[in-house]
Design a protein around this ligand. Structure first.
Ligand code: CA
Length: 230
């Protein structure tokens, strides 16, 4: 019952076939683009629900494709990268990508990423509401309070700001640079170190098992993401 339209941007035919076969089997609709120029064109003419974008394309750099699409569209973009360097993923995320897959990836990983993004799509509307809920977590933005079940969380202003930022972007990987800029207005090295400290204290209050967090996932060397908790 998916019937979401996925734009698959990939120049490597075997990889593209693997993706489209998977999508077909799992009831997604799809269109394909073998290069960056056609990706931008297909994105604007078909308005897909999710874009799967290979970063290494023959014509435009994948980052350039993200920048162009982001001038008019907020469609979730999952980047696919053969490059193992974190810097490519980070640059893609900083330019507006939502998530990433590293080649080689399994069919299960691809489907998991799509499910996370699909859930994110359904929470985008909700993120504009004045009360946010996820599992036992509840944030009343108007009152400036957060609760875990019946209990109010006693958060410092920075922890609260951090929690709200993660919640407003549920399902999306936020980079260290993005978070520190939103929280402190700059991304000094020191702020990234502070971010780790604040994240640790926030988790102690939020997570029942801070060592295997349920709400906030760590992406080592990249950033953090709030997951939807059932
Ligand atoms: Ca490629």
């Amino acid at each position: 019952m998916n019937k979401l339209l996925i734009l698959v941007v990939e120049d490597d035919t075997p990889v593209r076939n693997l993706i489209t076969t998977t999508l077909k089997t799992h009831d997604y609709k799809y269109i394909v683009a073998p290069n960056g120029e056609s990706a931008v064109m297909e994105a604007s003419s078909h308005n897909p629900d999710i874009i799967l974008l290979d970063l290494g394309l023959p014509d435009l750099d994948g980052i350039e494709v993200i920048k162009r699409i982001r001038t008019w569209s907020d469609t979730p973009i999952i980047v696919i990268s053969a490059r193992s360097e974190d810097s490519d993923k980070i640059e893609a995320l900083d330019n507006g990508a939502d998530d990433y897959l590293t080649k080689p990836f399994s069919v299960e990983e691809l489907l998991a990423r799509l499910r996370v993004t699909q859930r994110r799509l359904s929470s985008i509307q909700a993120s504009f509401q004045s009360v946010f809920t996820n599992g036992n977590l509840k944030i009343d933005f108007a009152a400036g309070c957060a609760y875990l079940g019946e209990n109010e969380l006693h958060l410092t202003p920075i922890e609260y700001k951090l929690l709200c930022l993660m919640a407003r972007n549920i399902g999306k990987v936020l980079t260290h640079t993005y978070i520190t800029q939103k929280i402190w207005g700059s991304n000094w090295e020191n702020n990234v170190a502070s971010l780790r400290v604040f994240m640790a204290t926030l988790r102690k209050k939020l997570e029942s098992e801070p060592n295997s967090p349920q709400y906030i996932q760590t992406h080592i060397g990249v950033g953090y993401r709030m997951m939807r908790v059932e």
